[in-house]
Design a protein around this ligand. Structure first.
Ligand code: ADP
Ligand code: MG
Length: 684
């Protein structure tokens, strides 16, 4: 069978000549399995040996290529003295110096009086240029092996650089001309370039390092489009799914009246969005975004009551055991005047109880099941599942999300909840498959957390304050920063701090860190929750979302090491009850101007979305908590700040062209960016 142009790009690299089992294993480690993976593995730097320099124009410290005549070979008979080959060109002289090289070999590559091409790093020693152990030496007639611009690719141990480059070069040379999915007009108008040209340039010139070069921007545009397209196709597919309408409002209004507080405007609007979806005959696939403490849980529970009143069952999943238990308790409280049967299920549930729950789910007795991800085990079958709510969903990728939307069953609506602030520019490229509700305000009863900063050397001023807090029955979080990515180092720094603090407050301090098992962690958190301990020293593992209503002081060490959004989320752990919350940011002396600005933003604002946007401006993208998991980091080439204009362009392009795009062409694009599987594109 003849390969089509496009097949070539998706071909397994093992089929290429010269790639054996061993090499392909190593390449796989770098996620290079198909030809296209080689295309997308861009060079990150280059060594330019392409110009031959005269000896009077050498620059010390630079890698350069020279063309010289071998004038004299010098092999000293004294140990430890290097072999030296003296060469010249029309403009000067140079010594080529070798330590530990055999004479026979050097005589072979440096025939007296012949012209050779040499490439290596230029040094200067005793008033003379020299190259020590040059990278390349070759006869003049073979100069093309040396005289070129050599790209550096990120590879793993076991892959020979030269070999990889030659594979890469061959692939680029054989690259078939692809029928571009963007029209010439569009490319021209938006100052992009065509796909083939872009790939070629990225590998053959230095443009891959310039994130604003035309070739790089073309790749970025494609990547964003692939993403948008996947999300909008998913959205369309989900929107097509019909379901039975559910009732809305009636009961939730009754429960509302019995709540000890009034919903905020934002909560009302969100609940309204959800209710509209519930009573329509289209499936709901919605994300509810709201800062920590904005009161998402109550909104979801109110909507749950509508589902139960419509004779459907609900599943409510939390990210951790403790958080799920908290939701369970809250649900019990809110629904105490109803007949709803609510159960809790996690990996720890006793077998006998689990058996009963499974049975009662299947026969429809249980109305609401709350728990951890064990809710989605295969053997768990609902009689009539009508609603899935997932809290703090940032660990879900697009694929998992779409599975979820489809798996729930015919009449199942889906609500995700997240506190991860996503900047406007990238909202669509992350949640384009979902409808979005945002809670922008916070319950007004909540006092704004007082945020202070303090240099670390004044730490002693804190102890009386802490003692006073404890005497007033307030609890305290003490957060130690992550030191690199080593669990051990994190552990030891947190442990040291723990030892230090417990001397001041015996029996009152607990320690929690990343190296603990999940149930050990839960145990300590439980102790804190039950006020068995008053100070909880931890690395940043404090679970997002758990309500510790009695924690009113948080102390964050080395605060400038955290992203602002992360600091904001940490700060949101305190002041959840009626008492005033305080956050103290400790920092080492000598903060940069930027760091001072960042701390200032935090002190001024308690709006997570505003803070996230400001953080983004000041620090770039990588630091925002939750973004990694939220899918933002799924962009391999696009940078949501640098390429903002392309995000906008792509969004417009896809929304305006979705109905009349050529699917064959675009399916190829989706396949290139590994999206095809998500929306089941088989043909290309
Ligand atoms: P999050 O959005 O972070 O999940 P929660 O749903 O956990 O927030 O709510 C945080 C706290 O605020 C809870 O103790 C909850 O009972 C309380 N709460 C929620 N809505 C309101 C409101 N409108 N007025 C006062 N308190 C509220
Ligand atoms: Mg929550």
């Amino acid at each position: 069978m003849e390969l089509t142009k496009k097949d070539y790009i998706f071909q397994d690299i093992k089929k290429l000549k010269g790639i054996g089992v061993q090499l392909s294993k190593y390449l796989k480690k770098k996620k290079i399995e198909k030809i296209k993976d080689v295309l997308f593995n861009l060079p990150y730097s280059e060594t330019d040996r392409s110009t031959i320099s005269k000896l009077n124009e050498l620059e010390i410290g630079k890698i350069q290529t020279i063309r010289v005549r071998v004038k004299k070979l010098n092999f000293p008979r004294i140990r430890n003295l290097p072999n030296k080959i003296n060469c010249e060109d029309e403009t000067g002289e140079i010594d080529i110096v070798y330590f530990n090289s055999r004479e026979g070999y050097l005589r072979k590559i440096f025939p007296l009086d012949s012209w050779v091409v040499i490439s290596g790093k230029i040094n200067f020693f005793r008033n003379k240029y020299q190259i020590t152990n040059p990278d390349y030496v070759t006869a003049l007639k073979n100069k093309e092996y040396v005289v070129k611009n050599v790209k550096k690719y990120s590879l793993t141990k076991g892959i020979n650089e030269k070999k990889y480059r030659s594979i890469n070069e061959k692939i680029i040379q054989n690259l078939p001309i692809i029928d571009d999915w963007l029209s010439e007009d569009f490319i021209k108008k938006n100052k992009l370039i065509d796909w083939n040209e872009s790939i070629k340039r990225l590998h053959e010139t230095g443009e891959s390092k310039d994130l604003q070069s035309k070739s790089y921007r073309r790749l970025v545009f494609d990547e964003i489009c692939a993403n948008f397209l996947t999300l909008s196709k998913n959205r369309k597919r989900i929107k097509k799914l019909k379901k039975n309408k559910k009732i809305s409002e009636k009961i939730s209004n009754k429960i509302l009246r019995n709540l000890p507080f009034k919903l905020t405007q934002g909560q009302h609007e969100a609940l309204n969005d959800i209710n509209q979806d519930l009573k329509s005959n289209k499936r709901m696939f919605r994300i509810l975004q709201g800062d920590v403490g904005s009161g998402k849980t109550i909104v979801s529970l109110l909507s749950i009551s509508n589902i139960i009143e419509s004779n459907y069952q609900c599943a409510f999943m939390g990210p951790t055991e403790i958080l799920s238990i908290q939701h369970y308790k809250l649900a019990k409280k809110i629904f105490k005047n109803t007949q709803y049967k609510i159960e809790f299920l996690s990996g720890k549930t006793m077998q006998s109880k689990k058996k009963r729950i499974l049975k009662q789910l299947e026969n429809g007795e249980i109305n609401l099941l709350i728990g951890t991800h064990s809710l989605f085990q295969k053997k768990i079958k609902f009689k009539k599942l009508g609603y899935v709510v997932i809290d703090e969903q940032h660990k879900f990728g697009v694929k998992q999300r779409s599975d979820l939307a489809l798996k729930g069953g015919k009449d199942c609506d889906v609500l995700l909840m997240s506190a991860t602030p996503i900047p406007r520019t990238v909202m669509m490229s992350i949640y384009g498959d979902m409808d979005i509700s945002k809670i922008k305000d916070k319950p007004s009863v909540r006092k704004k957390i007082i945020t202070l900063s303090k240099p670390e050397k004044k730490i002693d001023e804190l102890w009386p304050f802490i003692a006073k807090q404890i005497s007033q029955d307030n609890q305290i979080f003490w957060v130690c920063p992550l030191i690199e990515e080593s669990k051990f180092l994190d552990y030891s720094s947190a442990k040291n701090k723990f030892n230090f603090i417990i001397k001041k407050f015996p029996n009152k301090v607990g320690l929690i860190h990343g190296a603990l098992e999940k149930n050990e962690k839960d145990e300590i958190l439980q102790k804190f929750l039950n006020k068995k301990i008053f100070i909880l020293v931890s690395t940043t593992v404090i679970e997002v979302g758990i309500d510790f209503p009695n924690a009113n002081l948080i102390i964050i060490e080395n605060a400038n090491k955290f992203g602002l959004a992360q600091l904001h989320q940490l700060r949101g752990r305190v002041g959840r009850g009626e008492k005033q919350g305080t956050c103290i940011l400790l920092f080492k002396e000598g903060l940069s101007e930027n760091a001072i600005k960042r701390l200032k933003i935090l002190k001024q604002s308690d709006d997570g979305f505003y803070i996230a946007e400001e953080d983004l401006k000041l620090r770039g993208f990588g630091d925002l908590i939750g973004f990694q998991q939220s899918g933002l980091k799924n962009f391999r080439f696009a940078d949501p700040i640098i390429h903002q204009d392309l995000f906008k362009l792509a969004e417009n392009y896809i929304t305006n062209n979705l109905s009349n795009i050529n699917h064959k062409k675009y399916n190829f694009l989706l396949k290139l960016f590994d999206k095809a599987e998500i929306i089941n594109v088989s043909e290309i």
